[in-house]
Ligand binder design. Structure first.
Ligand SMILES: Cc1cc2nc3c(=O)[nH]c(=O)nc-3n(C[C@H](O)[C@H](O)[C@H](O)COP(=O)(O)OP(=O)(O)OC[C@H]3O[C@@H](n4cnc5c(N)ncnc54)[C@H](O)[C@@H]3O)c2cc1C
Length: 421
């Protein structure tokens, strides 16, 4: 079994200054989140020269629910870092789905919770361990191009200093912000798909963990078009928050149509467990909000010399807002395409597009499932059925664990296949 060398993530000795940037690399990866670090690790393991850059020095915080769902476990396994991550994470056995009527069902899955500051530092370190050079802080400003438009490198900046680097390929894994995507002329939609807000609360009573029930998801008409969550993390610290589908928003204002803080208050008013946690516990840090990009939409997936991965390519599920696993999967797919078809631009782009296309039905299923967020009463029916039918519960568990894809959820047959044993 793989055992990674333990690391001390408070010692950011793997950040190199911009002045250490080499003139050339095989692959420049922009963004050291899960997508970028996964791509960089696989490329470096395959003996490609890789420079991984991030606008922030690591370790850094990332606003997230910190929930590691089954696809994340699978990607961590592929990267050979699962043991190290799980040694630090808080494991959970089930996703507790709480319907508007207060009844719940526990859907079994391979689950855990680890704050992103730690997870992302472990992933970035794993890329460096494999041979990638991590240059941070360094901000991607714009791509360099040949006359024909093919990307050949990038202009980077930090603290008034600018440097260029030539790269055979660029992997853009810069997350949900659209500035880098726009600079690369790959942005098709500026508004995010969802917005979410989260905070941390410490509560040492072991009874609280039992009440939360692992990863707790709460649906309610007051949280319409979204849901609330409480995820129990390490050290008696809980991550709780709310997220909402954005739909069409005013691109000039760039604001979510819903006040997220008010939605968070609504969450506390409809879920007694969240209310107790916040009332009795100690709030750690501030509430923080962030955008998400979902459904593999909103960006051009690939262009000559550049592949787009993670949140930048919309690799987050819209129903659940989970995207860490698929960010890593798309980063790994980009690396695989670059390794398998080295020197053949057309084949690299085609292979990467095919990998994303293969994921598309699953994203479509989650997009359809988002209608549950808009009609929370449907969850009353779903939870009631699952509580009374072990076979339906097993179906839900298979979907969570990505062992099964239901048919279309928008058809009567699809809904019936979910609700009938
Ligand atoms: C509130 C909230 C809760 C969530 N909860 C969960 C959850 O529980 N489970 C889950 O699976 N997913 C969750 N998600 C989604 C998850 O956070 C994302 O899917 C995931 O972070 C995507 O990873 P990434 O590597 O694509 O991007 P990121 O993790 O955002 O990493 C992108 C990196 O690029 C860097 N960058 C940006 N611009 C530049 C630039 N110009 N130059 C250089 N570097 C740059 C950033 O500093 C950052 O480090 C949540 C999201 C939010 C907002």
């Amino acid at each position: 079994m793989h055992r990674a060398t333990p690391i001390n993530i408070t010692m950011p000795d793997w950040n190199q200054p911009l002045s250490d940037l080499p003139d050339h690399t095989d692959v420049l990866v922009v963004g050291s989140g899960p997508a970028g670090s996964a791509a960089a690790r696989v490329l470096a393991q395959c003996k490609r020269s890789v420079v991984l850059i991030d606008a922030q020095a690591f370790p850094r915080d990332k606003t997230c629910g910190d929930g590691l769902v089954p696809d994340t476990h699978a990607a961590l396994r592929r990267l050979g870092v699962i043991d190290e991550v799980l040694a630090r994470a808080r494991p959970a056995q089930a996703a507790r789905c709480v319907a508007p009527n207060g009844r719940h069902v526990d859907v079994a899955g391979e689950l855990a919770v680890l704050p992103r500051r730690e997870l992302d530092a472990l992933l970035c370190h794993a890329a460096v361990q494999a041979g990638a050079q991590h240059v941070a802080p360094a901000r991607f400003v714009a791509p360099l191009r040949k006359d024909c438009g093919r990307v050949t490198g990038a202009l980077l900046e930090h603290g008034g200093q600018q440097r260029t680097i030539q790269a055979s390929w660029l992997v853009l894994a810069s997350g949900a912000g659209t500035t880098p995507l726009s600079a690369a002329e790959l942005c098709q939609r500026k508004s995010p798909s969802c917005m979410a807000i989260r905070g941390y609360v410490r509560h040492a009573d072991p009874g609280m963990a039992a009440e939360v029930g692992g990863l707790r998801f709460v649906w309610h008409p007051r949280l319409r078009d979204g849901y609330g969550w409480i995820f129990e993390g390490p050290d008696h610290t809980y991550n709780l928050g709310t997220g909402v589908l954005v739909g069409q928003i005013d691109e000039d204002l760039g604001k979510a149509p819903r006040n997220l803080r008010r939605m968070f208050e609504d969450f506390l008013s409809v879920d007694p467990v969240a209310a107790r946690l916040v009332k009795e516990g100690e709030m750690v840090g501030e509430l923080k909000g962030a955008p998400l990009r979902c459904d593999l939409e909103g960006a051009i997936w690939a262009a000559p010399g550049v592949l787009v991965a993670g949140d930048a390519v919309g690799a987050t599920y819209s129903f659940s807002g989970e995207g860490i696993g698929k960010a890593m999967e798309t980063g790994i797919a980009a690396a695989d395409a670059l390794v398998a078809h080295r020197g053949d631009d057309t084949a690299i782009e085609a292979a990467y597009r095919a990998s994303l296309q293969a994921l598309k039905p699953r994203f479509e299923m989650y997009r359809q499932a988002a209608s549950f967020n808009s009609h929370p009463w449907l969850l009353n029916v779903m939870v009631w059925r699952a509580r009374h039918s072990p076979r339906i519960l097993a179906k839900l568990s298979d979907i969570l664990n990505e062992r099964r894809m239901p048919g279309s959820l928008l058809t009567w047959r699809g809904v019936r296949s979910m609700l009938l044993p």
